[in-house]
Design a protein around this ligand. Structure first.
Ligand code: PMV
Ligand code: MG
Length: 357
């Protein structure tokens, strides 16, 4: 029996802009995992089982007379896609395929089934890719795991930067830039999967960051789940109609995150905090131009309280719920801040940054 695991993630900065090429984001991996165990089946059928992911509802839209099911929040879709791509890769290495039982267990979702929004679809994809590779005894680099996972994830979600996949594969603190999706699509049409994952992907940039020693990450949960894929659908649909503002947002976000990266390179907490606050402002403006709610009242309270205690805070990820983050130095009274959060309906999450090495 083989067990693999992949961590959840949080965005620190650069959200939405990171969907475009050449716009960096910063992410962290957290010490909260999806675990996959895989073993050869004894019988004549294999099993795929997931402890937490029992689907109790589906989202759908109407397109004329058709009922269109939105499967993007269903983890099974990601598991099956990861199996599909990884087995395709194995087949191309002339490895004979076998029957197995695969069990998925996640601590990324709270015990009572509440979703924190820590990227469980990315983590489940990465952990499954790793499990299938290990099952077929294929030695894999992080680069290969990232590429197979990104392809598997994208083929279900149809949008997204794959920053969450990078965090889940590489761990720690990362600066990330997405790849050219049109290039990738064209490559896949004319080349084998093995050829494509063996190539350098234009635009893709993954850089490990070292945080200043005294930098503390504090996470608060709004207790409201949000759907990233549906928010991104909305902003994607709006892009063309707000082009000049959108382009300005991209440029400003890019500059802001590059400065923040400098803060990491120079151990400069004050600079990192300054850029967190600047990125918050950019995201608030972005929400306005898209007529979507990113910093909902609960997250606004989380941030206001954190700022009162001297931390630099913003929403994390697509917003509209899920988590907010605070970057604090040694002067912030973190316990007092958490107490104030609790009084205001915000749940502090006790996760730490997970470094793979
Ligand atoms: O809500 P999260 O933590 O999954 O983050 C989404 C970040 C976006 O930039 C909005 C989307 C993406 O895929 O990068
Ligand atoms: Mg989210």
């Amino acid at each position: 029996m083989i067990t693999t695991k992949a961590p959840g993630k949080l965005y620190i900065a650069g959200e939405y802009a990171v969907l475009e090429q050449n716009c960096p984001a910063i992410l962290v991996a957290l010490n909260s995992f999806v675990r996959v165990t895989i073993a050869k089946s004894i019988g004549t059928t294999g099993i795929i089982h997931s402890k937490q992911y029992q689907q109790d509802s589906i989202h759908w839209t109407r397109q004329g007379t058709k009922m269109v099911i939105d499967n993007r929040d269903n983890p099974f879709e990601y598991i099956l896609s990861a199996i599909n791509f990884t087995e395709q890769f194995a087949l191309e290495q002339s490895i004979p395929l076998a029957l197995y039982d695969l069990h998925v267990n996640s601590d990324l979702d709270s015990a009572d089934g509440k979703k924190y929004g820590l990227g469980s679809s990315a983590a489940v994809t990465v952990a499954t890719v790793k499990a299938i590779l290990a099952f077929y005894q294929i030695e894999a680099s992080n680069d290969l795991i990232f590429k197979l996972s990104a392809l598997s994830h994208y083929s279900v979600q149809k949008n997204g930067s794959a920053g969450d996949i990078a965090a889940s594969v590489y761990g720690g603190w990362l600066a990330y830039q997405t790849f050219d999706k049109d290039w990738l699509k064209a490559e896949l049409e004319v080349k084998t999967l093995s050829e494509v994952v063996g190539e350098a992907w234009p635009g893709l940039k993954i850089q490990v960051l070292t945080p200043p020693e005294d930098l503390h990450l504090v996470i608060g949960w709004s207790q409201k789940p949000a759907s990233t894929s549906r928010l991104v659908d909305q902003t994607n649909a709006k892009k063309k109609t707000i082009q000049p503002e959108y382009n300005a947002f991209l440029q400003q976000s890019r500059r802001c995150v590059l400065e923040m990266i400098k803060g990491f390179d120079h151990n400069d907490i004050a600079l990192i905090q300054k850029k967190i606050r600047a990125n918050r402002k950019l995201l608030r403006r972005f929400a306005k131009m898209n007529q979507i709610a990113i910093e909902i009242p609960r997250l606004n309270r989380l941030i206001t309280i954190a700022e009162h205690f001297g931390g630099a805070a913003k929403t994390s990820g697509a917003g509209n719920g899920d988590c907010g983050i605070v970057l604090a130095d040694g002067h912030t009274n973190i316990e007092a801040m958490k107490m104030e959060w609790r009084k205001n309906g915000i749940l502090p999450l006790n996760f730490w940054v997970h470094s793979i090495i």
